[in-house]
Design a protein around this ligand. Structure first.
Ligand SMILES: NC(=O)C1=CN([C@@H]2O[C@H](COP(=O)(O)OP(=O)(O)OC[C@H]3O[C@@H](n4cnc5c(N)ncnc54)[C@H](O)[C@@H]3O)[C@@H](O)[C@H]2O)[C@@H](O)CC1
Ligand SMILES: [K+]
Length: 519
């Protein structure tokens, strides 16, 4: 069993529901009946004992399927070690011969009292409970101390909004101060998308993912609901992944593969041109350009529409593009162009040339919106790869929705992996779909989900920093695939913010990212 969050070093394979089911099926065929679920339940009990070493009492919530089976097996183990348990079972009787039926029978045979209805907390069932008879109440019983909630209501099989007693039990666990250990998934969270199935979802302190790690735990709302993540593969050799969860080791790999030698010369570190920074929004271009410089690009130019020629304070290293260069399409060719970054509509006159010429192009923010609004530019973007030109798009969910012609961010968030893949296919390029658990997708690649980052990044300008940083890395490694550059930049960006308490200003983020290289 491994602890994976808050900081994961290694990169982990992720398996969606279909792949997890396939793997489970294959493993079940190779093992004696019920061995796998016995192992899963024992792993849950071991983690429970490790999490609350002095704990002695738990509420165990067991749902109708095998997730509930895991919970009942864990309860058996804990009872055998002297824990006082309130075990509640929800839903219909399990099918005869199923793993869940085995777990139930074994629990009953072991003498566990298994109740229906809702748990007794402070002597009362949950307000709003739909339990017809309050059958879970022990009349007049004193409030039982609770050290831990074990959530085995729903796992991989959750496909609709929890209702009735299951929803009420979720609310009860969420309101109670004792920590909750979710089995496989916080009940009510969708394993593929990281979205909640309805209004009630377990907000776990710990989640033990079993057999496979599910993408829904690490993107979308998953990270907010899963708490600290643990993983036990139950000794089963994994099948090919459907995505990867990228750990900090990938940064070390990048540094090993792209050392900055002692003889580095600025002319060999590549050029970046930031096209953006309309009047009133110069800061966005400044952030992207400064990030590119700090990432190590040799020369960084700012191409500002309506450039007034004033030097920028505090960053004399940045150069302005002389006006005559704007008219030479080939001038865009050899630098990495980072386009968007507060450019507003002022960058529109140059977009077609940039899309046509730039060998390496990062499109962010205003650049994305302008492309989304113009069919000719969309076509130009989609054709770039066939002309040997590489592109990275860095949309947040709303920008991604506009590019796909969808109504709003919710349409993207409902399945972030699928949306990122669809965008990558549509425009034949690398897509960085920002948000909790940033997704990096490219045609012909398994998608990656970033593991680093924190809410500290939710401040103005951090997106400009990411785009600029990606441009700065790419300038130094022009032969690197857009996907690798994107994955590295996103990981670095999040890693620098990871341990920061409170909001991180974008300019400070650049410094923190620079310090991470030197560390
Ligand atoms: N069989 C085995 O050997 C193993 C099973 N595992 C466990 O098995 C789980 C998957 O088991 P299942 O496929 O039985 O799925 P679940 O236990 O997640 O639940 C499926 C059942 O819940 C119902 N359901 C779905 N949404 C509901 C809702 N909102 N309200 C009420 N009922 C709802 C379904 O109709 C179905 O009857 C995994 O998450 C994992 O915990 C793992 O431990 C690995 C080993
Ligand atoms: K669960």
């Amino acid at each position: 069993m491994r602890a994976l969050l808050p900081h994961t070093q290694a990169t982990w394979p992720l398996h969606d529901i279909a792949a997890s089911r396939e793997l489970e099926k294959a493993a079940l065929q190779q093992r004696p009946a019920h061995q796998l679920i016995e192992q899963a339940g024992a792993a849950v009990a071991r983690l429970a004992m490790a999490l609350v070493p002095h704990g002695r009492s738990a509420v165990v919530l067991a749902g109708p399927g095998n997730n509930g089976g895991d919970a009942l097996i864990a309860a058996r183990w804990l009872a055998a070690r002297g824990w006082r348990l309130q075990v509640y079972r929800f839903g219909p009787e399990p099918a005869a011969g199923s793993d869940a039926a085995h777990a139930l029978r074994a629990a009953v045979d072991a003498g566990l009292e298994i109740r229906r209805g809702l748990p007794t907390v402070d002597g009362h069932p949950s307000p709003g409970s739909s339990a017809a008879s309050g059958s879970g109440l022990i009349a007049g019983a004193p409030p039982a101390p609770i050290d831990l909630w074990i959530d085995g209501l729903l796992g991989l099989g959750a496909h609709r909004a929890p209702e009735g007693d299951i929803a009420a039990a979720i609310r009860l666990a969420n309101r109670h101060p004792a920590p909750t250990l979710a089995i496989d998934l916080p009940s009510g969270l969708h394993a593929d998308t990281g979205q909640t199935c309805g209004a009630d979802t377990i907000r776990a302190d710990h989640t033990l993912s079993l057999l496979t790690l599910k993408p829904g735990l690490v993107t979308g709302e998953g990270r907010a609901y899963a708490g600290r993540l643990w993983f036990d593969d139950l000794g089963v050799t994994p099948s090919p992944a459907t995505a990867h969860w990228v750990g900090l080791d990938a940064l070390t790999e990048w540094h090993q593969q792209h050392p900055r030698g002692a003889t580095s010369h600025k002319g060999r570190q590549g050029d970046v041109v930031v096209l953006g920074g309309a009047p009133g929004m110069r800061g966005a271009a400044w952030l992207a350009a400064t990030a590119a410089l700090t990432a190590g690009a040799g020369r960084v130019y700012a191409a500002l529409p309506d450039d007034d020629g004033q030097p920028w304070p505090a960053r004399p290293e940045l150069m302005h593009w002389p006006a005559q260069r704007w008219r030479q399409p080939q001038a865009w060719r050899d630098a990495v162009v980072v386009c968007g970054c507060g450019g507003d509509t002022g960058i529109l006159p140059w977009l077609d040339a940039v899309l046509h010429e730039a060998r390496h192009l990062v499109v962010d923010a205003d650049g994305l919106n302008l492309v989304a609004d113009d069919e000719a530019l969309r076509k130009r973007l989609a054709a770039r790869r066939s002309h040997g030109l590489q592109t990275m798009l860095t949309p947040h969910p709303l920008e991604a929705a506009r590019l796909l012609g969808l109504a709003g961010a919710a349409a993207i968030q409902s399945d972030r992996l699928a949306a990122a893949k669809a965008l990558a296919e549509r425009f034949d390029c690398t897509v960085v779909l920002k948000g909790s658990g940033t997704v990096i997708a490219s045609p012909g690649h398994l998608p990656d989900i970033n593991s680093s980052g924190s809410p500290a990044l939710a401040t103005a300008g951090t997106g400009d920093v990411l785009a600029g940083w990606a441009g700065g890395l790419w300038a130094q490694a022009p032969d690197a695939e857009a996907h690798t550059v994107a994955r590295t930049a996103v990981l670095w960006h999040g890693a620098a913010a990871q341990d920061h308490a409170g909001p991180l200003r974008a300019a400070d983020l650049i410094e923190a990212m620079g310090a991470l290289r030197r560390a």
